[in-house]
Design a protein around this ligand. Sequence first.
Ligand SMILES: [Zn+2]
Length: 294
Amino acid sequence: VILGVDIGGTRIKAGLVGEDGALVRQSAIDTPRTIGEFRDALAALVGQFEDWSRAGIGAKGIINPETTRVEVLPGTMHYLEGHRLDEFIPGAAADNDARAAMAGEIRWGAARGCRNALMLTLGTGIGGAILADSRMLRGANGIAGHVGHFTIDPDGPPCICGNRGCLETAFSSTAIESEALALLRRGCDTSLPQNPTCRQVFDCAAGGDDAARWVVDRAIYRLGAGIAGLVHLLDPELIVIGGQVAAAGAALLGPLAHEVHWRTRGLLRRDIPLVPQQAGDNSGIVGAAALVTG
Ligand SMILES: [Zn+2]
């Protein structure tokens, strides 16, 4: 049994994962605000579990899997930068959370048996990971797979990374919510509530609201264009879609597949499958466990 730990910006989740990828037991805590609190809280969380022999950690930021060192981590968890994650759980393997989620899908989930695959996690931003010729791409600085910062519009809105028109400025829960809010402020005729959540925008679109429909269609159109570019670059066997926005299910995957297919059919001569990630809500814990090999 492997202990999987998913260190996120708001919650830290841990659980025991069997050799078949099944989650046996899990627990979670709020992410602490200081390194001292983090050390104590993580020790208490890990202490809830017994009978595990090896541990894997998935965390936000750029992680060096050779040393488990957190190389770059901006934001509220900046205090972890420069620390080795195996200093908190001795002997643990560690990697970036998106790569961990993909490791889980390769080992036990939607990408099992693949040599080439692309994964996108659609949330407040877009995370991602790339399996190319059976290797997880890392790049010279550990940045490879940051598909959320693939430029799709040279004149687009500024992105947190300093670039303009990145994929995640066009499609993310944040982008969809701010687009819907702009329509409300302009006084458009819509059934959207004040300060709509991404989920509410999808729900209103499904319910026949034209303004919400426009926001959703436009976001999917642009995400599809970005993915098509990545498909031409990487030639994956399939694309795994995860993250909380992917909970929209067929309302997202259907039109997104259509958009990707017409743009890529000419070179690919086939319709590349877009499949939901299998681990679902537990993908962070299961993926972290998948980092432990052998
Ligand atoms: Zn960016």
